[in-house]
Design a protein around this ligand. Structure first.
Ligand SMILES: Cc1ncc(C[n+]2csc(CCOP(=O)(O)OP(=O)(O)O)c2C)c(N)n1
Ligand code: SF4
Length: 342
């Protein structure tokens, strides 16, 4: 083949999506975009030796979020952690896996304690020391909600991170107000006329945070760690109240295989059930488009908490209702390209 034929060949732009391991991903993307996990410079805020279950999405999400915040602040960071799995599996007395200044608060008051820490740093003239509060969805959407809303309303200089595994996992998988409809939990068994969690209940905390008009709100997922890191770094560049809601599959509570954590998190995004977006001062400013749309059943089927949906016609109707919720998200957040396809 001559050179002239070679240069005349049409070129096709390839788009690379992270599909498998991050080792492969790191080799195929530019250095600037690579995950930090293989870098010798990574901060490792949460080291090995903690006692999370195998495949715990919360452990992964917390490690990447706090590492990114440490990088953004040069390590000048204090984390306040509500009671929950993350607190319990990282700090069995007298040990700790945290390599960052870390305080355990009550279940209900992580946001208020973090506000106090930020105020103390301000009074001491240490505005360079930044504060993060973190907790599970139970601690955030239910019992800590009042303190969190107050922190938002006063625009306190704190980043609050919610690790959403969609139930109270640490005490045995009870329903929270972030549990999805139809999901089976210890308190919403798959029996009776409406098996699993009831449709029409619960609350959407990212949207509630946006409604407070705070400087920055984002949703993120362990399925896209680059996006997660970028959002945490962006949040640390802003002063005032900030909120990031991270979707973190829980193999134990969801009845899923531990190696399915990332795939499930990805299917939640690609089905439209968990939209990824950012909002500033009450206005949605960006969203991540769906890349390969999938029906919600692909996400639900591998999880035992939704097993009762795949047994009879009544279950099929509930899957259709969940599909409607995903479709509504797709419209509300414009998750598909203009042509209607990813
Ligand atoms: C006031 C109070 N009520 C109940 C508890 C018991 N408790 C400890 S952890 C936990 C569940 C935490 O659930 P969540 O916030 O969703 O975090 P996860 O464990 O799922 O990460 C509960 C109910 C407590 N510690 N304090
Ligand atoms: S119960 Fe779930 S959230 Fe808790 S450590 Fe195990 S996998 Fe993680």
């Amino acid at each position: 083949m001559s050179d002239s034929i070679l240069t005349a060949e049409p070129t096709q732009k390839l788009r690379f999506y992270q599909k498998g391991t991050f080792t492969v991903g790191n080799r195929l993307i530019s250095e600037a975009e690579r995950s930090v996990q293989a870098s010798i410079d990574r901060s490792n805020a949460l080291t090995c030796g903690h006692r999370a279950c195998q495949g715990c999405g919360e452990a992964l999400g917390a490690r990447y979020a706090i590492d990114a915040a440490m990088r953004a602040t040069g390590g000048n960071l204090i984390a306040v952690n509500a009671t929950g799995c993350l607190e319990v599996f990282t700090t069995p007395y007298p040990e700790t896996s945290w390599q960052v200044a870390w305080l355990h608060s009550l279940f209900a008051n992580a946001a208020a304690v973090a506000t106090g820490v930020a105020a103390a740093m301000r009074v001491r003239g240490r505005k360079d020391v930044r504060t993060i509060a973190e907790g599970g969805d139970g601690g955030t959407t239910d019992i800590g909600f009042g303190c969190l809303s107050g922190m938002f309303e006063r625009n306190d200089d704190v980043l609050y991170i919610c690790y959403d595994n969609e139930a109270y996992m640490n005490t045995g998988v009870q329903r929270s107000s972030a549990t999805p409809p139809a999901a089976r939990t210890a308190t919403t068994p798959a029996i009776g006329g409406e098996p699993g969690n009831v449709f029409g209940t619960g609350k959407n905390l990212p949207k509630i945070a946006v409604a407070h008009g705070i400087p920055y709100v984002a949703t993120a997922s362990v399925a896209d760690l680059h996006d997660l890191e970028r959002k945490v770094i962006k949040a640390m560049g802003v002063r005032g109240a900030r909120y990031i809601h991270i979707h973190v599959p829980c193999p134990l509570g969801w009845g899923a295989a531990s190696h399915e954590t990332i795939r499930l998190a990805r299917l939640a995004i690609e089905s439209g059930l968990f939209p990824l977006f950012e909002a500033e001062h009450g206005v949605v400013t960006s969203r991540r488009k769906i890349r390969q749309r999938v029906p919600v059943s692909e996400y639900l089927r591998p999880q035992k908490r939704f097993g009762h949906l795949f047994r009879d016609a009544a279950g099929e109707q509930r899957v259709a209702r969940l599909q409607e919720l995903a479709d509504r998200n797709i419209i509300e957040f414009s998750l598909l390209d203009a042509a209607g396809e990813p």
